[in-house]
Design a protein around this ligand. Structure first.
Ligand SMILES: *Cc1c(COP(=O)(O)O)cnc(C)c1O
Length: 345
């Protein structure tokens, strides 16, 4: 086999969800947009539903329809992008709950599907989605009279606990929603960790369940093991890979592994990146290619069959740091051609 194997530990995923859930007294939902952050909507959502999750969140109506097929009737499925033109049938047929973002979406919804469940998204300063203060004040009484299933907003800086934006958004959210009867939600993973004031009635963790920061206590969920295609001896003065960016100073044992930037192993990680064989760290040599990477295995007693890029020692956030990005992007970029294996269900 010459494709990498991505092992997803559903037991660790559910343990992370439960640990996040235990941090608040309120209901805990689960964000499974973008194919459950790249780890597999079907397996991830099924495991979370078994663990007790009853409120799921997706980005798009199409994702919600797919999720309804997986979960069957029962769990709530909220759609962040709200009620978009053309989505009406899918929202109705799949019993989805759009989170309405504007007066236009509100009108579209109540005209097309009167009496159908909906939630409301408010903007408290991120300026991405949701009704702004003035819009909300104009609509508030009419919208609340229709019994929204949820009123929510989203924090822009929750991964930085000291950031003044957190308190600012909290105050805006309270100001906009104080005294309403509908359940309220403000916190994703970062917001859960900011403490009780941010929890309201329902939290919406995503990345922490999948083993990423800012949930530093998370158990690792993804292990990536890449097969070695070929191993060779490289002599002092010889180079490895495109553009000759690495030159051997000593005799070096070089393994070529079967994964590259086409699999989401971001090329910009380049010379920072390491892989593991048991307890030994092995350095990436030269440029990352589309489907291959050269790795220094000189230190190993035997040529390895496989090397690990993600494991308990090295998380999506380690890779993110090498690449100058965030764990979320590493997760959601993981190769379509990886063989995915699920354990711990
Ligand atoms: C993605 C997203 C979440 C989940 O955020 P994490 O940081 O992954 O926990 C929650 N709410 C909204 C609106 C989102 O877009």
């Amino acid at each position: 086999m010459a494709v990498a194997e991505l092992t997803i530990d559903l037991g660790a995923l559910c343990a992370n969800w439960q640990a996040l859930s235990a941090k608040s007294q309120t209901d805990t939902g689960a964000v499974v947009k973008a194919n459950a952050y790249g780890l597999g909507l079907d397996q991830v959502s099924t495991a979370l539903a078994k663990a007790g999750a009853r409120q799921f969140f997706v980005a798009a109506t199409e994702e919600g329809a797919q999720l309804r097929d997986i979960l069957g009737s029962g769990p709530d499925i909220f759609v962040f992008s709200g009620h978009m033109s053309g989505d009406t049938d899918m929202i109705r047929d799949n019993q989805l709950t759009p989170l309405l973002n504007s007066i236009d979406q509100m009108l579209r919804h109540v005209e097309a599907l009167p009496g159908h469940r909906f939630g409301l998204q408010l903007d408290t300063g991120m300026n991405r989605l949701g009704m702004e203060d003035a819009e909300w004040r104009a609509l508030r009484e009419i919208a609340l009279a229709q019994n929204p299933a949820l009123v929510m907003s989203h924090l822009a800086c929750a991964d930085a606990p000291e950031h003044p934006m957190n308190q600012h958004q909290l105050r805006c959210f309270i100001d906009m929603t104080d005294g309403i009867e509908a359940p309220r939600s403000l916190a994703a993973t970062g917001g859960i960790l900011l403490g009780e004031d941010y929890h309201f009635d329902l939290t919406r963790p995503g990345v922490g369940m999948y083993g990423g920061l800012p949930f530093a206590e998370a158990q690792p969920v993804a292990t990536l093991s890449v097969p070695v295609i070929q191993t060779r001896e490289v002599l002092p003065g010889e180079t490895v890979g495109y553009s000759n960016t690495w030159t051997a100073e000593h005799p070096t044992r070089v393994a070529t592994i079967a994964a590259g930037y086409a699999d989401g192993i971001i090329r910009a990680m380049g010379q920072e990146a390491w892989l593991w064989s048991g307890d030994t760290a092995c350095k990436v040599l030269g440029r990352i290619s589309m489907d291959m990477i050269a790795v220094d295995v000189t230190e190993l007693d035997e040529d390895p069959d496989r090397l690990e890029l993600l494991n308990a020692r090295q998380s999506v956030d380690t890779l993110a740091e090498w690449a100058g990005t965030i764990g979320y992007e590493i997760l959601t970029s993981m190769g379509a051609r990886y063989q995915r294996r699920y354990i711990g269900a």
